[in-house]
Design a protein around this ligand. Structure first.
Ligand code: IPM
Ligand code: MG
Length: 362
């Protein structure tokens, strides 16, 4: 089959890990006879340098014509000053909004071989396999008013956590659709003891649950959920939550997997109903890691696993996705490790070598 992919390598380690993701994608293409047509575009700090914008119009246009988008990382310390008019992260937020990517899927799977890479006890971690469904285009990230202003007593600033019932319904449905194909347990994390938007969220979740009588829905307050995530994480199957809560919980959960370098993500523009392909953007959950950029030490596994998610959710290629996931598993079993997950007795490899090994295994 033929597919068009827009490739956004971005900043820092982005180009390095992207190269390995594309290497593995090419291996899948030649094994299964698919043709992936790639278009490279700018985003983030590199885009600001060359065009003045963190998301040039051409990039958005290319993404809209593609079957899927692959992104590596945005972020550059040269733009850290909050007073600057434009930041690399603006490009990512504008892209999510511009492409309508409301559903962010972040699977957290602890590989048996890596149970010792985390700061948590192996017996707590073993068997951890759940997925976050984070709302990505609403809530406090985008709600209006959002501003800073001057008052007689000094400066004030506000952000607004706003949700419509339609926004809540579609994201909760994504949670149910994933849960029905997994262990049929959905946790909705909110702050309904305090926030109006969470009370609406909870009501809508209960209404949607009537369409999924075979999925067990439970509600958790987000603070308690943060605690339960580490005692023990194996209790979870699917967790659906709003934008900022999902941002925070998913970083916490990354520590379960030992390294952010292991975790992929998908951001979808539609509800994935029984394997039907839907447009999406695929990226590792880690950032641009500027301190290790250009040194061939970044872990490319998260990007490679993001390629697998793209094949699964935007192309309907489940077998091909599983081939990548099994290949990653196999290479880890053979003891190959990048710096971030290195332990005694393992074989240390660089970014490129890790990509070579996984591509060859495919
Ligand atoms: C993430 C990141 C982004 C977010 C930043 C870079 C804007 O932390 O994808 O989790 O907050 O959504
Ligand atoms: Mg985050």
């Amino acid at each position: 089959m033929n597919f068009k992919i827009t490739v956004l390598s971005g900043d820092g380690v982005g180009p390095e890990v992207m190269a390995e993701g594309l290497k593995v994608l090419a291996a899948v293409g030649s094994k299964y006879g698919h043709n992936f047509k790639l278009e490279n575009e700018l985003i983030g700090g590199v885009a600001i340098d060359r065009t003045g914008s963190a998301l040039p119009a051409e990039t958005l246009k290319s993404c809209k014509k593609a079957d899927a988008v692959m992104l590596a990382a945005v972020g550059d310390p040269r733009f850290d000053d909050p007073k600057l008019p434009v930041h690399p992260e603006d490009g990512l937020l504008a892209l999510r909004k511009g492409l309508g990517l409301f559903a962010n899927l972040r699977p957290v799977k602890v590989f048996d071989e890596l149970v010792n890479a985390s700061t948590l006890k192996p017996e707590v971690l073993k068997g951890t396999d759940f997925i976050f469904v984070r709302e990505l285009t609403g809530g406090v990230y985008f709600g209006k008013p959002k501003k800073e202003w001057m008052t007689p007593k000094g400066r004030k600033a506000t952000d607004s956590m706003t949700y419509s019932e339609q926004e809540i319904e579609r994201i909760v449905r994504v949670g149910f659709e994933l849960a029905r194909a997994r262990k049929k347990r959905l946790v909705s994390a909110d702050k309904a003891n305090v926030l109006k938007s969470s009370r609406l969220w909870r009501q809508v979740a209960i209404e949607v649950s009537r369409d999924y009588p075979y999925v067990a829905l439970t509600h958790a307050l987000v603070d308690a959920c943060a605690m339960q995530l580490i005692r023990p994480p194996t209790a979870f199957d699917v967790i659906v939550t709003e934008n900022l809560f999902g941002d925070i919980l998913s970083d916490e959960a990354a520590q379960l997997a030992g390294s952010m370098g292991m975790l992929p993500s998908a951001s979808l523009a539609g509800i994935p109903v029984s394997g039907q392909p839907t447009f999406g953007l695929y990226e590792p959950i880690h950032g641009s890691a500027p301190t290790i950029a250009g040194r061939d030490i970044a872990n490319p596994v998260a990007t490679i696993l993001s390629v697998a998610m793209m094949l699964r959710y935007s192309m309907g290629l489940e077998t091909e996705a599983l081939t990548i996931e099994h290949s990653v598993d196999k290479i880890l079993k053979q003891g190959y490790r990048t710096d971030d997950i290195m332990a005694s007795g393992n074989t240390r490899v660089g970014t490129r070598k890790m990509g070579d090994l996984i591509a060859a295994e495919v």
